[in-house]
Design a protein around this ligand. Structure first.
Ligand SMILES: O=C(O)c1ccc(O)c(O)c1
Length: 275
């Protein structure tokens, strides 16, 4: 059974409204990125307890911590970031989340990815070791302006680190925004390592983010192939329909609902059951 989740902070900064909107759409899980305009890794102990209380009251589980780990420049100090990774593992435990979404470090403009490749792999391996100790699984999300932006570099990371605690999240829109046709150019290569799918689409011509199926993200081909080869995991709505920035996006309840509608219409047309 495919399970829907979503970046509910795109609904509202108010966690109570995030939860009521998510459950109103039938979601059983959210991907926790922020609440009360505070990143999930910056919530204090009291806020974390309150967040857990709200989610429990609505019967919502956390599919993944939508962390910003790996969204620092590759030449920035790694020590404090590794401590933040340890905190992320504690936060995942707190919410009972099986996954933590991470990135593979911003490159300074003009940097040849090959120059920083070894440092990226060293750091990703260190992050994966923290995950192994904490018994959580990291999901590397492909993203613009980081090392792992195109399928070949995502594959390099996951194969080089070679840990069961580092797998891949797939973001079609982010691939489109770096000029990649996700299904045609990335699916076969990355499928063995895919554990989690972000639902976001975009136009190749200008990178504009659009609801699932309306852009060049080849979502329909991807969905059909995932069903055909037995994928069984989370699909996380990340609409980015109103505002988008380097650490997230915003949609509001109506546009979040529109994104949910577009994707669930696709699943229904394909007769794919989901929860
Ligand atoms: O959660 C984030 O940090 C984030 C920001 C921008 C994106 O395009 C994205 O996919 C994720």
């Amino acid at each position: 059974m495919w399970t829907l989740s979503g970046f509910s902070d795109e609904i509202s900064p108010d966690l109570e409204l995030q939860a009521t909107t998510a459950t109103g759409l039938g979601l059983t899980h959210i991907e926790f990125r922020s609440a009360w305009n505070t990143n999930v890794l910056d919530l204090d102990a009291e806020q974390l307890a309150e967040a857990k209380r709200i989610l429990d009251a609505h019967g919502l589980k956390v599919s993944s911590i939508g962390s910003p780990i790996g969204k620092i420049f590759i030449d920035e100090d790694f020590g404090p970031h590794l401590d933040r990774m340890r905190h992320a593992a504690d936060v995942a435990k707190h919410f009972g989340a099986p996954y933590i979404r991470v990135f593979s470090f911003f490159l300074r403009p003009g940097t040849d990815p090959a120059e920083v490749r070894d440092e990226v792999i060293t750091r990703m391996r260190a992050l994966a070791e923290v995950a192994t100790e904490a018994d959580v699984v990291l999901l590397h999300e492909n993203e613009k302006e980081i090392y792992g932006d195109i399928p070949e570099r995502c594959l390099d990371i996951v194969e080089s680190v070679d840990s069961p605690n580092l797998r891949l999240a797939w973001d079609s829109a982010n691939f489109v925004q770096v000029g990649v046709r996700p299904f045609s150019e990335g699916y076969a290569m990355l499928r063995p390592h895919l554990a989690y799918i972000q639902i976001k689409d975009a136009h190749l011509a200008d990178g504009q983010v659009v609801p699932a199926g309306r852009g060049d993200g080849e979502l329909l081909d991807t969905v059909r192939a995932l069903r055909a080869d037995g994928f069984d995991g989370f699909f996380s709505l990340e609409p980015h329909l109103s505002v988008t920035h380097s650490l997230g996006g915003f949609s509001g309840p109506e546009l979040f609902t529109e994104a949910w509608q577009a994707f669930t219409d696709m699943l229904k047309a394909e007769e794919i059951p989901f929860a």
